[in-house]
Design a protein around this ligand. Structure first.
Ligand code: IPE
Ligand code: IPE
Ligand code: MG
Length: 269
């Protein structure tokens, strides 16, 4: 049976709850964390892996269902070759070390991005990890590696056109959505960027249309459960209007509460 596609925030108003269903994070500030300690930049990347573990644990405890982490952008190839190669090795080593534990914890592991530039050994390992964890449903952990939002939209358009060679027009958001690399999850409710910069850096350009944006000066290696709590507290204080007015939002909340109350009293009758 085909899965029901996730609600598109521009086509329907998504259900909103106090716990973000999907959190997407730009893990930034590793290099500065290391430099502050007179260590080489790559030491910050190593330390950043501990924050990844802490955030995964915290998301599971809070009932977040999707966590997407930006690990390497399509523009990060511009960095010095030794840093790029350190990052690839770190990815491979971490995956090798953690995959069984991820599986035991009911985590579905996915990677999005253009894997064609990665070494075949790493691609193999990624595919095996995805297969192993495919049926898990406690938390979907997506790593964006050699990912770029523009690349994603372009590859989706190409696939959409290839599937419909006769068609010239009349495409819908759903047609494109189905070809995006994150087509198996809802749009992020909460976007977090650590490290003080306030930009999207070519992350999930399409999917962030109505995400709540949260920027913190905390450097990624210092980011922990407490820091995540602050981000979620900020998220809870936002009014997600999706184009409507505040008054409309109050009305729809009121009628939802009334509906719930009348359901409860019918249950107790
Ligand atoms: C983020 O930290 C990690 C990656 C981009 C892989 P940076 O390495 O960008 O750290 P800063 O921004 O230089 O401090
Ligand atoms: C964004 O961080 C990409 C990742 C965290 C993987 P960068 O540090 O590369 O972003 P810019 O270049 O400062 O925008
Ligand atoms: Mg950076």
């Amino acid at each position: 049976m085909a899965r029901k596609p996730f609600t598109s925030s521009t086509r329907e108003i998504p259900a909103v709850s106090g716990v973000p269903q999907h959190i997407a994070i730009i893990m930034d500030g590793n290099g500065r964390w290391a430099r502050k300690r007179f260590m080489p930049r790559v030491a910050g990347h190593g330390k950043g892996v501990e924050s990844v573990r802490a955030v995964i644990r915290a998301c599971m405890a809070k009932g977040v269902s999707h966590l997407t982490l930006f690990a390497f952008s399509s523009e990060n190839w511009r960095r010095p070759a030794d840093e790029v190669s350190f990052l690839m090795q770190l990815f491979m080593r971490s995956l090798q070390k953690e995959i069984d534990r991820l599986h035991e914890n009911g985590i579905r592991f996915r990677v999005i991005g253009d894997l064609s530039r990665f070494e075949p050994g790493l691609v193999d390992m990624i595919r095996r990890a995805e297969e192993l964890t495919a049926c898990n449903d406690r938390l979907t952990l997506t790593i964006a590696a050699n990912y770029g939002g523009r690349w994603d939209i372009l590859q989706a358009v190409e696939r959409m056109l290839a599937k419909n060679p006769e068609r010239r027009s009349g495409f819908t958001e759903e047609d494109l959505n189905a070809e995006l690399s994150l087509n198996y999850g809802p749009e992020p409710d909460l976007f977090i960027r650590t490290g003080g910069e306030q930009r999207i850096s070519n992350f999930l350009l399409w999917q962030l249309a109505y995400s709540e944006l949260y920027f913190t000066d905390t450097l990624w290696p210092d980011f922990d459960e407490k820091a995540l709590d602050l981000a979620i507290a900020s998220y809870r204080s936002r009014e997600r209007r999706f184009g409507r007015t505040s008054e409309q939002l109050c009305e729809s909340e009121k009628s939802a509460k009334q509906e719930e109350a009348s359901r409860d009293s019918a249950d107790h009758a």
